[in-house]
Design a protein around this ligand. Sequence first.
Ligand SMILES: [Zn+2]
Length: 204
Amino acid sequence: MKLDNTDVRILKVLQENGRLSFRQIADRVKVSVPTVSSKVGSMENMGIIKGYTATLDPEKLGGISVVLSIKTKPVDIKKVAEQFQENESVRQIFMLSSGKLMLMCTFHHQHLINDFLSKMADIHEIIEFDIANIVTVVKENQRATVTPESSVVLTCNYCKKEIHDNAYKVKKDDREYYVCCPVCQKGFEVKYDGIKADSVNVKA
Ligand SMILES: [Zn+2]
């Protein structure tokens, strides 16, 4: 699925400033307020807009950031990645095509880095790792970029597979959901209505 020019312009404006009102976005993009509201709503539903957050400055908050590169056996990489998932100091985890894991972490004291490293020593699946402090942030933007050629990879709300052809829309309670085929559409509707009926029964 492709984004249209208005989608792209709205995303660029929002990426600059997520606090703008629909009216302000409409003025900048030169479309109507209802157009902005419906396009933003459907891009939220599609998961293109993941949320609206304040961008904080880690250094001003006294954070020490480090980049870790971790080598494991290919069979262990997922398991090792999962061990870091709940750790608040680990801010980003990337699995790389090189077979390594890259972690971006922010700590508030040097001794917390040492604690972290000693806990890492208990993860036997780690073959070797590299750690370096971030000294200067030269450039740090969001990874997402939007261009008029951006195509959207949707995930089927029923079978969870990626949708590469046309998506089917299901409208439920004023929200649009995307599915990959008529079979998933039927399945999703039955499941959705079932969950809804259950929650109504619980309330009653
Ligand atoms: Zn599907």
